[in-house]
Design a protein around this ligand. Structure first.
Ligand code: WTA
Length: 638
């Protein structure tokens, strides 16, 4: 099998790009024709960015798992679909061929049906990175249930918020998860979440760590017992639910600049086609290659480039349970050598963290199988890019810097490995179908090159966000209302003399900490829940490994806490409870007041400068209600 729509030269890229904008329906219609449909679509695209309203392949009927599994059975049934590498290098790895994956997904889809799941039901998945997680995701898609995977680092409170928002009545989890040296007690965190979610009918629990857990009669069942029932009933194949192109495939919660995380909704057909197209073209995937994306399936990167993209392309996807630095900093290189990985796709934060160990962990590791390297999740600094290129790619592997978001479903701006030019710290050129523009504060489009602005997109690609679950207005105001007739990304970008884009980072109040999106408002809300706190302001600051760190300025009741160290620990504990450990501030400074304008608005610009250590560049403070507070904050910087 080769891919008829794989771009093979820079000229082909240019003509595909030109066609995709001039004739989007013909362009995407032709690509879509290579997939398995139960009914051909009637209209390829209908859209406006005002409501917003975007529909692709309307009237078409399909099931994404038929495209990710069934259609590969004939030619590649015995080829590995998933290779699973456990946390502990001494534990055996597992391989699931397409045939085995088919059997497991069908079996678990039966389990779901047996437990009362129907098309359209929302199912929360809270698991570690085991093959069962991928099976659970695919089984949901097969039965037409809408999966909502929650990353294992979120707290019970965050889970409860998401369960309530999605009104999810079903949960799939594990007793626990291994991550580096830690065991995460997933089921017991779920139990805490469920105190606030009495509507949850069923919790299916797979075994991994075999930590003792509570199993509530009538609500909780073991994955393995449920599978046995299906075997006893002699059930095998599971006829996939026939889905409409625009039926929701999944919800994934992500942080924005205001309020609680929003449930980004993706639709079946457009998401499938775009993740497949970008997987094949960005990485220049060749049949038989081993693709290792180091993300967690709890994030969009794992959804698109561990599960749906690679499998829809009939590829082999390697999933890893652990972390790059455990038991030591050669874990990734051992995996590359052991499984002869061809494509390694990871995050700048992981590269920087490995960089800090020097090159010793790479010594003696055979990385010859590597052909393509990739990065995602945050801007990559030039130093990390060169380190990756020299020490991992040995100067022979193109690096794709893929810029995209939970809301975009797949990569929007990236070079194509070995086909279009790479440039350190640049995502470079848009994918076919993607029309980036830079706009100024007033919403005027900035033309020409060597310019910076806010990054917007002018027309829809197939996997654009359809809505935010249960609240379409929120989708409009968040993404489509800032600038007329454009999707606003929240990122700033620079366009160089060749028209290459460099993403410079968020321009809204969203932080990117180790590639994880965290809203400053969310962290402030969590800190403010601590009994001793009056108010707080959270900003980012440059962090060598994480990219951005979290700096919190906190006004404490009675001015300063009696034991500052202890109060800091209490605040960290509160944030861990409310959001999860990933949102813990790196620095907490107790202040007597925050710099505010006379109208009461917090001047974050000033706090950002202080957090960044740019004390000379604070600028004019005379418009502040109390300019003196700035001097105090500067003096007390931590
Ligand atoms: C940032 C992750 C620079 C960006 C796929 C975006 C990047 C946010 C890159 C989305 C990149 C992602 N270069 N910045 N290659 N990729 N970002 O939703 O700020 O977790 O808006 O999706 O990550 O994060 P999300």
């Amino acid at each position: 099998m080769s891919y008829p729509y794989q771009i093979k030269s820079f000229e082909e890229y240019q003509s595909a790009y030109a066609k995709s904008l001039a004739q989007p329906t013909e362009f995407w219609g032709e690509i879509a024709s290579y997939f398995t449909w139960r009914k051909h679509w009637e209209m390829t695209l209908d859209w406006n960015f005002v409501e917003p309203h975007v529909r692709w392949f309307m009237g078409g009927k399909l099931n994404i798992t038929e495209n990710c599994i069934d259609r590969h059975l004939k030619d590649r049934g015995n080829q590995p679909a998933l290779i699973w590498e456990p946390n502990d290098p001494d534990e055996a790895h597992r391989v699931l061929t397409y045939k085995q994956l088919y059997d497991k997904v069908c079996q678990f889809a039966h389990v779901l049906r047996n437990n009362g799941v129907k098309k359209g039901d929302r199912i929360c998945i809270y698991m570690g990175m085991t093959p069962e997680l991928a099976i659970a995701v695919l089984a949901c898609a097969r039965i037409g249930a809408i999966h909502s995977v929650i990353f294992g680092g979120f707290s019970a409170q965050s889970i409860a918020d998401r369960l309530q928002d999605a009104h999810a009545e079903f949960i799939i989890t594990s007793d626990g998860a291994y991550r580096g040296g830690k065991d995460i007690p997933l089921k017991s965190i779920i139990d805490d979440a469920l105190i606030a979610c009495p509507f949850v009918k069923r919790v299916i629990v797979s075994t991994r760590t075999r930590t003792p857990i509570s199993m509530i009669k009538g609500r909780d069942v073991w994955w393995e017992d449920e599978i046995k029932k299906i075997e006893t009933l002699g059930l095998h194949d599971f006829e996939p639910e026939i889905m409409d192109s625009e039926d929701p495939l999944f919800i994934l919660y992500t942080s924005g600049s205001t309020g609680k995380p929003k449930g980004v909704v993706h639709a079946c057909a457009g998401y499938m086609i775009y993740t497949n197209y970008t997987f094949i073209n960005v990485f220049q995937y060749q049949p038989g290659e081993i693709h290792f994306c180091t993300a967690d399936i709890g994030w969009i990167t794992g959804h698109s480039y561990i599960v749906y993209g690679p499998l829809s392309a009939g590829g082999t996807s390697l999933m890893f349970e652990g972390i790059p630095t455990w038991p030591d900093a050669s874990r990734f290189w051992d995996i590359v050598e052991k499984h002869k990985v061809n494509i390694l796709y990871t995050a700048p934060t992981a590269i920087r963290s490995l960089m800090s160990f020097g090159t010793a962990p790479l010594e003696g590791k055979n990385l010859d199988s590597l052909r393509v390297l990739g990065t995602v999740g945050e801007p990559i600094n030039e130093e990390a890019w060169h380190w990756y290129n020299t020490n991992v790619g040995k100067g022979k592997c193109p690096i794709v810097d893929t810029w995209w978001q939970t809301e975009t479903g797949g990569t929007l701006i990236s070079n194509l490995a070995g086909i279009t030019p790479a440039k350190a710290s640049y995502a470079t050129l848009p994918m076919p179908g993607v029309e980036p523009v830079l706009v100024d504060e007033k919403g005027e489009i900035i033309t020409g090159n060597n310019v910076s602005g806010n990054l917007c997109l002018r027309s829809p690609w197939p996997s654009i966000i359809r809505t935010t679950y249960g609240d379409h207005e929120r989708c409009r105001t968040n993404y489509f209302a800032t600038y007329h007739n454009m999707y606003f990304t929240g990122d700033g970008a620079y366009r160089d003399e060749n028209g290459f884009y460099r993403i410079t980072g968020r321009v809204d109040d969203v932080l990117n900490v180790s590639g994880h999106r965290i809203g400053t408002a969310e962290v402030e809300n969590a800190i403010n829940m601590h009994a001793g706190v009056i108010e707080s302001a959270v900003v980012g600051f440059p962090h060598d490994v994480k990219g951005q760190g979290i700096y919190a300025f906190v006004v404490y009741s009675g001015d300063t806490p009696a034991d500052a160290h202890l109060s800091r620990q209490d605040i960290l504990q509160t944030v861990t409870r409310v959001i999860g450990a990933i949102a813990k501030p790196d620095k907490i400074q107790f202040v007597s007041g925050l710099p505010k304008t006379r109208s009461g608005k917090i001047m974050r610009r000033i706090l950002r400068k202080i957090a960044e250590g740019e004390l000379e560049q604070i600028g004019d403070t005379t418009t502040l209600l109390d300019p003196g507070v700035v001097e105090e904050i500067k003096a007390g910087r931590v």
